[in-house]
Design a binder for this molecule. Structure first.
Ligand code: ZN
Length: 218
């Protein structure tokens, strides 16, 4: 293939469906599975994960600075009563964070994002799809990836950097033992964002970042 475009935005259509519990504004059973055949939902995650695991998920996938407090808040709350709905969880999060944080942004936003990513294995899927996409490209072909979260953008960036190097051995090692060969040339040193016009027409584009790489000719 000459070009591949991967848009990592979860479709607005999917996220607008309140009944699967993606929204922290509407009461629904905690679920968040985009594929109903997935084994565990957000409900299992919230009610059965250890405090350490919850903290890690919320920190890594939500980039939430109060991940530890929220994780402890969840574990304390569920000792009284299971956390069954979106708004139950919102209430627990609200009680776990400092008062001034509640005014900055919706206090549940990052935790909900983290749970959605974990439930749907979004990061694992992204890490799998990148090499598959590059495999499909012809030499000289380009892969373009649009992401909407800094975590996803970082994974794309790191993958591009790694695949644009001839050797991945630690720098203290005098001789290469990995044999890694560069596959890509990165065409976007910095990611490309939307124009003000595009944001004016579609507010959901505001956080998008585009990175492009070209497959090397051998
Ligand atoms: Zn090496």
């Amino acid at each position: 293939m000459d070009g591949i475009l991967i848009d990592l935005g979860v479709s607005s259509f999917q996220l607008d469906e309140d009944e699967r519990g993606f929204s922290y504004h509407h009461e629904a059973r905690l679920d968040m599975r985009m594929d109903p055949d997935l084994d565990s939902s957000a409900w299992e995650l919230v009610n059965y994960s250890s405090v350490d695991r919850l903290e890690q998920i919320i920190r890594d996938y939500g980039e939430e600075r109060y991940a530890g407090r929220i994780a402890r808040g969840i574990v304390n709350a569920r000792q009284q009563h299971s956390i069954d709905s979106t708004l139950d969880l919102v209430e627990v999060i609200r009680r776990s964070v400092p008062a001034n944080y509640r005014r900055e942004t919706h206090p549940a936003r990052r935790t909900f994002q983290a749970l959605r990513i974990e439930v749907n294995q979004e990061i694992e899927s992204l890490k799998e799809v990148l090499p598959q996409a590059v495999d499909l490209l012809k030499p000289g072909g380009r892969v373009c990836i649009i992401s909407f979260q800094s975590l996803e953008d970082r994974i794309v960036k790191e993958y591009f950097v790694q695949e644009s190097k001839d050797c991945l051995c630690p720098s203290i090692q005098p001789v290469c033992t990995c044999g890694h060969k560069a596959l890509l040339k990165v065409l976007t040193r910095k990611p490309i964002g939307p124009s003000p016009d595009e944001v004016a027409q579609n507010n959901r584009a505001r956080s998008s970042k585009l990175r492009v790489a070209q497959k090397l000719e051998f």
